[in-house]
Structure formats: C-alpha cells, structure tokens
Design a protein around this ligand. Structure first.
Ligand code: AQP
Length: 343
C-alpha cells in the first residue's frame, strides 16, 4: 500500500491549527494508505525548551493523535527519538544538502528572528533535513501538512531527487544494490480549508504553539468556558455582516472558515446562514460549534490517559513497525554511498 507520514512537534499544546491543518486530515487517510504518525520530539529541541515539559508534551501529543481518531489498528503511532534511523538518515542526507537551500527557508528566518540568526541553534537551521529524513525514511508517497510546511516539502522532494541522481540507479547497482530510485518523491496533501488557521488576536499571523499569548489560540484541551471566553474576546472588525475572502477582513475569513469545518457545512451554507449576522450573534454560534466538535476528542483523551501503560505500549509497537521500514532504507543508502557494510 502507498504510505502516508506526518507529525507534530511536542512543543506545547496542540491547537486548532495543528488539528485542522494536519491531524484531522490524517484520520480520513487511514483506510486507504499505510499511515505512520510521528511525535517529532527531536525537532522540539531546536528552539529553547523546558526539559521538564518534554516527556509530558510527548505523551500528550501522542494521546491527542488517538483522541482525534487515529486508530492503532490501522496506523502506527510512535516517537521520533525511539527510531534512531531518523538521525542516521539526517546525517547522510546532510551531505547532499547545499547550505544555500537551507538559507532560503522562511521558517528559519521567522523562528530565528527573535534571537538573531547568529544565535539560533544549528539544529534549527538543519531542521528541514531532519524533516526530509522523517518522510524519506518511510518511502512515503503523501504527507498531509498545513500550508506553512509547503516549502519544507519542496526541499524534501528536491533532496530526494538529488540523492537518487547522485547515488541511485546504475551507480547503486554496481555497488551491489538493486538499482533504481533510493527514495520515493513525496507529495504534500494540503487541505482546501484549514491549511492556515490564523491567530485569534491577529488575522495576519498564523495560530501557533509558540505565540506568547494563549488568547491567540484554541488548544484542543481548552475547557468549554475557556473556548467561549477566547472566542468572545477574539479580534474582529467593524464592517457590517460577515463574508469570506475579503483581504481587508482576515479575521472574518478565518473565523468563518473555522466555523465551516467544525460545523461540517459547506462554504455556501455558512454564507447563507451568517452573511447578515453581527459578531455578537456569530461568536456564540462559533463557540458552541467548536465546543461540540472538540468535546468527544477531550473525552477520549481522558480515557486514553487514564489507562496506565496503554499509551507507552502503543508507542513501543509503533516504533517497532517504523524501525522495520526505516532500517532497510538507511542500509540501502549507505550501500549506495559506498560504505563498508558487514553481513
Ligand atoms: N496555524 C496553522 N494552521 C494550519 N496548520 C498548521 N500547522 C501548524 N500551525 C498551523 C500544521 O501543524 C502540523 C504540525 O506543526 P508543527 O508541530 O511542526 O509546528 P509548526 O508548523 O512550527 O507550528 P506551530 O504549532 O505554530 O508550532 P511552533 O509555534 O512551535 O512553531 C504541520 O503540518 C503544520 O503545517
């Protein structure tokens, strides 16, 4: 079966952007593809972080995958650091990655702005190479991600092509390999709505775990009251009525899009229902729809985390399956790169 791989960093609370941009879309893919969903903890150390929080955030992120509908009878769920092949492949791929490619990455520019590029960690700079390993290791055909990861996916594709060209085909065959491509070229799956959920306090910035204000995001585990309060206080505008796609009304477009997804309605139905509404009428409607949508996720999360040992067992089995796929990929690349491999 064709494979799908994706992941979220355990850098904080999973928010509505991670959910609508990525996790929610994973669930629908489980029946058609072999799916692997990773808690990418090695990525979480690329910016200053609290070691006291990482373990908990790692388990919480995995538990939320399951609570959102990832089904372990269909998917493998595991932690990146439990499969050391990610690191090994990253090193091998680094040798084929021109520095200039990484210098173009907008996420590095944005994430290093605060401390300055000179002070940012080397791992923040090389992050896209690790992300490429996360995907190429499993020979994934598709990668469901939000809009912000599009550029990293492009780099992954370019890198796979470059390595196939440098080491694959006849050159690999001469070294005893099977020849052909070393890596599949993955394609991003970016949802038509929800690919870029914006901050509740600024419709021009994306909703983000690392934004200092918790008011700017809805976390999947926020209580009903907190969700209602955040929506009540979120930024709006003073235009009459509500509308999609007006560049002068980014907050309006964002909130309507969120409502569209969580209510399960079409864009036309949302327009019909909401076009003449005031913010005072729309906000409680949105808050209720969000609460209704997230309640079952929260109930399942409590059940999963209440069962001692369950989650760790899931993660251990997931890592075993991932390792089965990952080890031959690295071995093939080492062989094609000319390393001495002992039988
Ligand atoms: N605002 C968003 N809208 C839609 N999708 C989003 N994603 C992130 N933010 C949005 C998608 O979530 C997946 C996992 O993201 P990540 O953990 O790799 O972190 P990130 O992309 O750097 O986003 P965050 O949550 O804002 O984290 P921080 O604050 O640490 O940078 C990806 O598929 C991403 O596209």
């Amino acid at each position: 079966r064709e494979r799908v791989v994706s992941g979220v960093q355990p850098t904080g609370s999973i928010h509505l952007g991670n959910y609508l941009g990525a996790i929610k879309n994973w669930v629908a893919l489980q029946d058609t593809y072999e799916t692997l969903f990773i808690v990418v903890d090695d990525h979480a150390t690329t910016q200053p972080y609290d070691p006291q929080q990482l373990r908990k955030a790692t388990r919480d992120t995995a538990a939320l995958y399951l609570a959102c509908g990832v089904d372990i009878s269909k998917s493998s769920v595991f932690v990146q650091s439990h499969v050391p092949a990610h690191m090994e492949l990253m090193w091998l791929l680094s040798s084929s990655t021109p520095i200039g490619w990484l210098q173009k990455m907008t996420q590095f520019k944005e994430k290093s702005r605060k401390e300055g590029a000179e002070n940012a960690a080397v791992s923040l700079f090389t992050y896209p190479v690790l992300m490429a390993s996360d995907i190429l290791l499993y020979q994934a055909e598709y990668v469901p991600v939000g809009e912000d990861q599009k550029q990293h996916l492009e780099l992954t594709r370019d890198l796979a092509q470059r390595v196939n060209h440098l080491y694959g085909g006849r050159k690999w065959k001469k070294l005893g390999g099977r020849g052909g491509s070393l890596f599949k070229i993955p394609e991003p799956l970016i949802p038509p709505v929800g690919a870029r959920v914006m901050s509740l306090t600024d419709g021009l910035s994306k909703m983000s775990k690392s934004a200092p204000s918790d008011q700017s995001r809805i976390n999947l585990l926020d209580s009903k009251d907190l969700i209602a309060d955040k929506i009540k206080r979120c930024k709006t505008d003073s235009f009459a009525g509500l509308e999609f796609d007006n560049a002068e009304r980014p907050e309006c477009n964002n909130l309507l899009s969120v409502y569209q997804i969580v209510s399960g309605k079409t864009k036309e139905e949302v327009m019909e229902e909401c076009k003449d509404m005031s913010w005072g009428t729309f906000k409680p409607l949105l808050a209720d729809a969000l609460i209704e949508h997230l309640s079952p996720v929260q109930v399942r999360y409590q059940e999963i985390t209440a069962e001692t040992g369950y989650l760790d067992k899931v993660l251990s089995e997931g890592a075993d399956r991932a390792t089965e796929i990952a080890v031959p990929t690295v071995r093939n690349l080492r062989q094609a790169m000319g390393f001495l491999i002992l039988d």
